[in-house]
Design a protein around this ligand. Structure first.
Ligand code: AMP
Ligand code: GLY
Length: 445
């Protein structure tokens, strides 16, 4: 009997999860708010509904006899979908509402690190009013990242010296967060870390942590790392599962930090079962925590799941049953480059509702992969929305070759008013990261 697995979410990340589940011979059921054509086609059945509509998702899962669920995005975690599914005896890859605070509350995450002396924390303070935050700023002695406490879809953080040029702009943004109630729960002022960012994702069963290959995402909308922050424009991994600017001992520190977070949460009675995502800044002093997410990254999921060489259904069972340490999890020793095709204006004023075509067969024939994201299939046509449209992943022995494959594959995605960050994964950009990190290490920056 095949396992019946529910996937919640309709983006590129979830399409990649579904593709990995199909390789492991599961029956996939899906709940998503948009009709993602890749997921719709692969699923035995699907329901179009808001992923945060806990009752609808649970009813659908129960009616289909689903045994196991993988929750893609953070918003259903925040409203307790995993608790509700577990309440019906359905195993879940996705932390409880309480454990998901690691992502849903930036102050919870920082305070957890502080309480348990987990290395990699940054100076921070949370505020529930603008006046106190602005007063604190006056004597702080370092540049800050200004973060709404709650969820903002990855777009709420502004960094001094980058998005915020002057103290007046920093103060203005603090005011705006409170006036517009962005993130809904106050503001965190955090020490600005300088270096290169990398992502470490890991599977967790409440006790054990099994890390995946390191990934570097690109948040800025435009070539050369300029423009507004987005959910992520594309990402790459290397065949040794490190990154060209990250050394093995630095990676191991990140793994130790994730391990300590998971053991601290278990000690506090909030065991964490799901995928943990650590966003790190590699600084002169080593990796520092920028944030945690309580799920796979998007686009990062597309990189790692494309080269997952173990059975995802089996991994999901082991996460939900607390038996992750029984058995290995392997990823191919390949490099990947993922670039997102997005609507023009994504990050500011996107042009939505236009048709897009993907020649999936031609892309597969190249050895690459494509994943539909926030598109909607209507009357046989695939239409863009205001968010990211299609992720394309090249896979090869080197980042350089994977980048070239990704570019060849991108030619098979056609449509009007589309945009891609073509610099992601290019030798030029990767080399720049290495040079930047070397100068940070030497303290010449
Ligand atoms: P987040 O949503 O927390 O991942 O923040 C979005 C982006 O803002 C990150 O990917 C970083 O580039 C930047 N950022 C966040 N926090 C800091 C920090 N403490 N120091 C420097 N940059 C930061
Ligand atoms: N790529 C960043 C995220 O998934 O939040």
């Amino acid at each position: 009997m095949k396992d019946k697995v529910l996937v919640v979410g309709g983006g590129g990340r979830e399409h990649a999860i579904v593709a990995a589940l199909l390789r492991s011979d599961a029956y996939v059921y899906a709940v998503m708010k948009n009709k993602n054509p890749g997921i719709a086609r692969a699923a035995k059945d699907f329901k179009l509904a808001r992923e945060t509509d806990v009752d609808k998702v649970v009813d659908f899962a129960v009616s289909k006899g689903v045994e196991l669920a993988i929750i893609g995005p953070e918003s259903p975690l925040e409203v307790g979908l995993s608790d509700a599914l577990r309440g019906k005896g359905i195993g879940c890859v996705g932390p409880s509402r309480s454990a998901a605070r690691l992502e849903t509350s930036k102050s919870y995450a920082r305070e957890l690190l502080q309480r348990h002396g987990v290395p990699g924390n940054l100076g921070f303070r949370s505020f529930d009013n603008a006046e106190d935050a602005k007063n604190h700023l006056a004597g702080i002695g370092y540049e800050v990242a200004v973060k709404p406490v709650g969820l903002t879809g990855g777009k709420g953080v502004k960094v001094q010296g980058e998005h915020l040029r002057t103290i007046a702009e920093v103060e203005g943004y603090i005011d705006e967060i409170f006036e517009k109630n962005i993130g809904g729960a106050g503001v965190v002022l955090e020490e600005k870390a300088e270096g290169e960012e990398f992502t470490m994702q890991a599977f967790c069963d409440g006790k054990s942590v099994v890390p995946m290959p390191l990934v570097q995402d690109h948040k800025r909308a435009y070539d050369g790392d300029v423009g507004p922050n987005t959910g992520g424009m594309g990402s790459y991994t290397d065949s040794d599962h490190l990154l060209p600017f990250v050394q093995k001992d630095e990676r191991d520190i990140a793994e130790a930090i994730l391990g300590k977070v998971i053991s601290s949460m278990a000690k506090e009675g909030t065991p964490y079962q799901g995928v943990i995502y650590g966003q790190f800044m590699l600084t002169k002093e080593g990796p520092k925590v920028i944030e945690f997410n309580a799920r796979f990254g998007d686009p990062e999921a597309m990189n790692v799941l494309t080269i997952l060489d173990s059975d995802l259904t089996d991994i999901a069972w082991r996460i939900s049953e607390g038996t992750l340490s029984k058995g290995k999890i392997d990823f191919l020793r390949k490099a990947t480059v993922c670039k997102y095709v997005v609507p023009e204006g994504y990050g500011t004023v996107p042009r939505a509702g236009l048709p897009i075509q993907v020649d999936e067969r031609a892309i597969t024939d190249l050895g690459a992969a494509s994943y539909y994201a926030a598109v909607d299939e209507v009357d046989g046509r695939v239409l863009t929305s205001t968010s990211r449209s299609v992720g394309v992943v090249g896979v090869a022995d080197t980042i350089d070759d994977a980048e070239r494959m990704c570019e060849s594959a991108l030619k098979y995605v056609k449509g009007e008013a589309l945009f891609v960050r073509h610099d992601i994964g290019t030798k030029q950009l990767v080399d720049r990261r290495v040079v930047h990190m070397d100068s940070i290490r030497r303290g010449t920056r």
